[in-house]
Design a protein around this ligand. Structure first.
Ligand code: 13P
Ligand code: SF4
Length: 395
């Protein structure tokens, strides 16, 4: 994964990041994983597809494989169901008979699946290093400290936390403990409307862009209604007066993939492809969303392209694996679909789940070796579920 902005000294974390990105070592403050313990098959092994199929057949109904839309083609072909993070968590919950849920996605998604599935079901992440840089931008300690800052400023009582699905179970539990809700990119507007009926301010975690885009684009707030809380600065870099004046307190987090799309990408593609429709995910920066023709979650993007008329042209600002797949799928229907930017790359942690990891996972489970299980402790799971259920009950 590439970073969206040049690193400043404030962004530099004292963690062995390079090793973590290579799938080795551990960061106790992050949801990024640990070394993968097994002997993975070589990526060049010509029998990988046959081995994955054979292992999946051996497991039969005991295994249910979930594939997020951003997964590689080589992996998604083995998914029993595909979807966005919320749909996949619900799909997992709807399969109580499956002993193993193999989650081809990232760590926070596997945690949500563990929270929403039965106690006897085991959720497995094929590579423990498949974290999410956005989820890692809000740790439990940082968010507790933020709440103290809000209390000292005398505003905490009126603040309702709204946390994006793309957050760790700890952050979801914090949200549940403080009477807030989870949201996804499909229901963020409803979540904010609900939250402003409960209080007079929202603490939006961890994606500043989804929070700002929803507040300004959907709820009609101004950019001045939003402040950004930077966990690396004393008091978030904000004065008590700024906190009192703000309606939206946005956590300083972003998606390393969507945050890279720029206004230049939009202008360049409009000049290059006359008549093109620009369709972007709301994790993109505000100026990109403001310049786009349509904005929506991954499920929205797929449905918009399904409904598009033949001959239409689209530049799509979301993860590259999905855009490529949609371009190939709709080319025979004469729909031209291009990637919005020439330099933005795949989500590198999503891409960690490759065919060798999937084969290793399925073969290990079929041989009775329970590897890479993701579990959330009971207290965290309880409060995270409170916040998830609040989302399900949104009007
Ligand atoms: P959705 O799939 O929920 O739209 O989220 C996008 C994303 O970045 C997932 O990691
Ligand atoms: Fe996280 Fe962005 Fe990758 Fe999704 S696409 S897993 S939000 S870094």
């Amino acid at each position: 994964m590439t970073t969206a902005h040049p690193l400043t000294e404030l962004d530099v974390q004292p963690t062995p990041l390079a090793l973590l990105l290579l799938g080795r070592d551990a960061d106790p403050r992050s949801e990024r994983g640990v070394e993968c313990p097994g002997d993975l098959p070589a990526p060049s092994d010509p029998d990988l597809v046959a081995r994955a199929r054979a292992a999946k057949d051996r497991l039969g109904d005991r295994v249910f494989v979930l594939g997020h839309h951003y997964q590689r083609d080589e992996v998604i072909q083995f998914a029993d169901v595909t979807g966005d993070s919320f749909k996949l968590a619900r799909d997992a919950a709807a399969r109580p008979g499956a002993e193993y849920i193999v989650f081809c996605g990232v760590h926070f998604m596997a945690e949500s699946a563990d929270i929403l599935t039965g106690p006897d079901q085991k959720v497995v992440l094929p590579d423990l290093a498949a974290g999410c840089s956005m989820a890692d931008m809000a740790t439990a300690e940082q968010v507790e400290e933020c709440w103290d800052v809000l209390s000292e400023a005398g505003v905490a009582d009126g603040v309702v936390p709204v946390s994006y699905m793309n957050s760790s179970a700890d952050i979801k539990a914090f949200t549940g403990r403080h009477g807030g809700t989870i949201c996804t990119s499909s229901n963020a507007e409803r979540a904010l409307n609900w939250a402003f009926e409960q209080g007079d301010k929202v603490l939006f975690l961890p994606d500043q862009h989804l929070g700002r885009n929803t507040a300004v684009r959907d709820l009609g707030m101004s950019l001045e209604d939003c402040v950004v809380y930077n966990p690396h600065r004393p008091n978030g870099g904000l004065t008590a007066q700024q906190l009192r004046d703000a309606k939206m307190i946005l956590w300083r987090g972003h998606c390393s993939v969507h945050g890279r799309f720029s206004l230049d990408s939009v202008e360049e593609v409009r000049a290059r492809i006359p008549g093109v429709n620009v369709l972007v995910h709301p994790e993109c920066r505000h100026e990109v969303v403001a310049a786009a023709d349509e904005v929506g979650s991954t499920e929205y993007i797929i449905k918009a392209l399904e409904a598009a008329p033949p001959g239409s042209k689209w530049a799509v600002g979301t993860e590259l694996n999905l855009v490529r797949r949609l371009a190939n799928r709709f080319a025979p229907q004469d729909k031209e679909i291009v990637f919005l930017d020439r330099t933005v790359c795949f989500c590198s942690t999503m891409n960690r789940i490759d065919l060798p990891h999937l084969v290793w996972t399925l073969e290990s489970l079929a041989d009775g070796n329970e590897i890479n299980r993701i579990t959330v402790d009971a207290d965290t799971a309880h409060y995270a579920q409170v916040a998830l259920e609040q989302m399900l009950a949104l009007p």
